[in-house]
Design a protein around this ligand. Structure first.
Ligand SMILES: [Zn+2]
Length: 343
């Protein structure tokens, strides 16, 4: 479903929505835009809303009515005046651009604006880019284009110079967290996921992946075990270690969450309470923060971050994780410091 209004974009990309609305008010909508920014920053959603706003026959300001025939066809992905180009393999081929231009040279099937959206526009090769440039030099008054890229530096300068560039910023973590909670995701899980990714698509995927939510649960249990001395953190970890260590993404997820929890303990000690991720864990976090010096927690964090950077190259992650957990356990339970190179 395509977004319904520019207010919805404001929740994620306030500046971009404002620029678009102002351009419309001032009658300065550009015919060529480049939407650039990291994955998960709503570039494609914004491009589709832009197309719907242009094609709507009954807009209010620059907001589409979401009810007319045109709006409904954009929503269902089959408006004849809305075109997409995506790379076939590693490049966008010249023929793909030629097909697009041929479409435009025909009288349109329907009157009104025509919009094309090129995804991964950095994959235009020189020939296809030159073909495209010809249309950009003389854009028909009713033709609009949006080029989307995560790799702005790889775009050809000749293309960049002919378009208005909008920079999409990474989405605020609190927005991801709020949206997950609105989707009935448990508060602790929502908080942890929003610290891990700012891509809404990945966030939803993780929230629905039992292995990953199981890992969030495991991390909280491990930290509880440091505080209550009831269970062995190593045994808890080993129950799931085959699953975690056989998949680099899960290994990274587990370690990232351990780091987030450790940071929470530090933030509690520093009274940076707004920065705490696992808010439902405040009792355990408080207890652990009282047991250890700031220096000790900082050393833990530094060792854990160093392990994270080595994950991909570590031949024996199992050993490294066992050491990490043993060191943390010794520290939090018995106040014994590990030497800093032991993780
Ligand atoms: Zn409409």
């Amino acid at each position: 479903m395509v977004l319904q209004s520019w207010d919805e974009i404001k929740g994620f990309q306030n500046e971009i929505a404002t620029i678009m609305e102002n351009s419309h008010t001032l009658d300065r909508i550009s015919h060529s835009y480049i939407f650039e920014g990291p994955n998960g920053t709503k570039k494609r959603s914004t491009a589709l809303l832009f197309a719907k706003s242009l094609l709507c026959t009954n807009p209010e300001g620059f907001n589409p009515c979401n009810e007319c025939h045109n709006c409904r066809r954009v929503d269902s992905g089959n408006h004849p005046n809305l075109f997409y180009v995506r790379p076939l393999g590693k490049v966008i081929k010249k023929e793909q651009i030629q097909d697009l231009i041929n479409e435009f040279s025909k009288a349109s099937v329907e009157p009104g604006p025509r919009v094309y959206i090129i995804e991964e526009a950095d994959k235009l090769n020189l020939t296809s880019a030159n073909t495209l440039l010809k249309t950009m030099e003389e854009p028909g008054s009713e033709i609009y284009q949006v080029l989307i890229t995560e790799n702005y530096d790889a775009l050809l300068k000749t293309i960049v110079s002919r378009a208005e560039i909008l920079h999409f910023k990474p989405i605020d973590r609190s927005i991801i967290r709020r949206q997950l909670i609105e989707n009935d995701i448990d508060k602790n899980i929502a908080a942890a996921i929003s610290e891990y990714t700012v891509d809404m698509g990945s966030a939803i995927k993780i929230a629905n992946d039992a292995n990953m939510t199981g890992i969030i649960d495991l991390v909280t249990k491990i930290y509880h075990s440091f505080s209550t001395k009831s269970e062995s953190p190593l045994l808890l970890f080993r129950e799931q270690s085959n699953l975690i260590l056989n998949d680099l993404e899960l290994t990274d997820f587990f370690l990232t969450l351990m780091i987030i929890y450790e940071k929470d303990i530090l933030n509690f000690q520093l009274r940076h309470l707004d920065d705490i991720c696992f808010m439902d864990e405040s009792d355990t976090i408080k207890q652990l923060s009282e047991k250890m010096s700031q220096k000790y927690i900082e050393e833990n964090l530094s060792d854990m971050l160093s392990l994270k950077s080595r994950l991909k190259f570590n031949i024996n992650n199992k050993l490294a994780f066992d050491k990490m957990l043993t060191c943390l356990e010794r520290g939090y339970k018995y106040g014994t410091h590990c030497s800093s190179d032991s993780i």
